[in-house]
Design a protein around this ligand. Structure first.
Ligand code: PLP
Length: 424
């Protein structure tokens, strides 16, 4: 289909969209008293209207039953995680037993690195992307130091080729090949937060395994945004936050994946706590740890029930919409976004889209590197009703998400951006 840069055309796409009614299930944010277009689902997803009810259920059970809320009432807390993991299987491409909901992202990254980064004298390097999210860089450096090693020697970053923004799979496999006898762990993001580039998780995992290393992924920008098949791809471990595309609220409880093949590997080290002990005898308070035979054996503490409730409310919306349907709409939205951006970016090029144009190499985020007065261009967006975000030195990121954004919003954004760029 040939796209058009008109409001009528964008509205026609919305009228054919079978998921458009999901937008009404979210609170749309305001700016200066007016509804604004929210393209920041990659940073903090919007609040589903049903989240407050789910959280209230927990509060009411607590009020009525006190600690017996673990066993009584609607959705007793002790079994609550069993309501969550089935809803995540499709989104993560995992078996239920491979999933655990616990802690926060950077904490989980550390806990999983404690298991999967066990350097030896000869194998001690971590291969990662250049310009990883800062929290991940700090995690890698501090883990290396924890083992008495030097980050400058142990952390090998893969850079894009000179003059390009994107890291190709060949760039990554070449570095793995070069260091193959000294690698302990290959640790990438699923999608780079800055460029929006999707990494080939399957190929990276295969290359890591061929080199004799583990492969782990930070899926902060991938979970709920692109199709994942962690189990089939043989990924060793992964972790993600649930407040970005997964709409579970600021500081939401996070997720982790440990491949089935590792669940009964008693050589794998890990930090343990009573919540990872098998539920069947957890309350016997024995002095030896009996692991739950699932990824939940990595959980340590009593789960944060209000946060789990917010997460469940959001995942139920994903299930109602169908994850594959959402991915299809996401592709259609970003296809239209690329069209309108290219349309307004001529005859004079005012920005460069650094996100890959190939739909298989991106999710819904698009990053624009603005050539002139980039900060002023960005600063004009919110007063005109568009939430976007800014990354130094000149990048504007926008992420139209399929659950609550529309084709009309993409059109309106492009028209606004065209106007701002013409006066900038
Ligand atoms: C958002 C994000 C984080 C944030 O970590 P928290 O522990 O949730 O604060 C870390 N890593 C990546 C790659 C991210 O995109």
């Amino acid at each position: 289909m040939k796209h058009e840069f008109t409001l009528e055309y964008a509205q026609a796409l919305d009228s054919q969209d079978t998921l458009s009614h999901f937008r009404a299930q979210f609170y749309m944010p305001y700016f200066q008293g007016k509804h604004a277009t929210y393209f920041l689902g990659n940073s903090l997803g919007l609040q589903p209207k049903k989240t407050q009810d789910e959280v209230t259920n927990i509060m009411e059970n607590w009020a009525h039953f006190g600690v017996e809320g673990f066993f009584l009432g609607k959705d007793p807390w002790l079994q609550y995680s069993k309501k969550i993991t089935p809803l995540l299987c499709d989104i993560i491409g995992a078996k239920e037993e491979e999933l655990v909901t616990m802690n926060h992202l950077t904490v989980n990254l550390h806990l999983l690195m404690l298991s999967f980064y066990q350097p030896t004298v000869t194998r001690y390097k971590i291969i990662c992307e250049a310009k990883a999210f800062p929290s991940d860089q700090y995690a890698f450096q501090s883990q290396v130091k924890l083992h008495g090693l030097d980050p400058a020697d142990a952390i090998i970053e893969v850079f894009p080729k000179e003059g390009t923004e994107l890291i190709t799979t060949e760039d990554i496999t070449a570095v793995i090949e070069q260091h193959k006898d000294s690698i302990a762990l290959v640790l990438f993001s699923g999608i780079n937060y800055y460029t929006g580039q999707v990494f080939d998780i399957k190929a990276i995992t295969k290359a890591a395994h061929e080199a004799g290393a583990y492969a782990g992924f930070d899926l902060a920008h991938a979970a709920g945004n692109i199709k994942l098949q962690l189990h089939d791809w043989q990924v060793d471990f992964a972790c993600w936050c649930n407040y970005k595309y997964l709409n579970s609220g600021p500081g939401a409880v996070a997720g982790a994946f440990i491949h089935q093949k590792h669940l009964n590997n008693h050589n794998l080290k890990r930090l343990e706590g009573w919540w990872g002990n098998d539920a069947g005898n957890r309350f016997k308070m024995a002095s030896t740890f009996t692991p739950t035979p699932t990824a939940e054996s990595w959980a340590m503490s009593t789960p944060p029930m209000m946060l789990l409730a917010a997460h469940k409310a959001s995942l139920e919306i994903f299930a109602a919409a169908g994850f594959d349907n959402l991915l299809k709409k996401s592709k259609a939205l970003s296809d239209y976004l690329f069209f309108v951006l290219n349309h307004i970016n001529q005859p004079i090029e005012k920005f460069k889209i650094i996100t890959p144009s190939n739909p298989d190499e991106r999710g819904c985020q698009v990053s624009l590197s603005v050539h002139k007065n980039a900060k002023a261009v960005f600063d004009s967006l919110l007063p005109n009703g568009v939430f976007a975000d800014w990354r130094e030195p000149n990048v504007i990121r926008i992420a139209p998400v399929p659950l609550y954004n529309s084709f009309e919003e993409i059109y309106i954004f492009a028209e606004l951006l065209q106007h701002i760029l013409n006066v900038a």
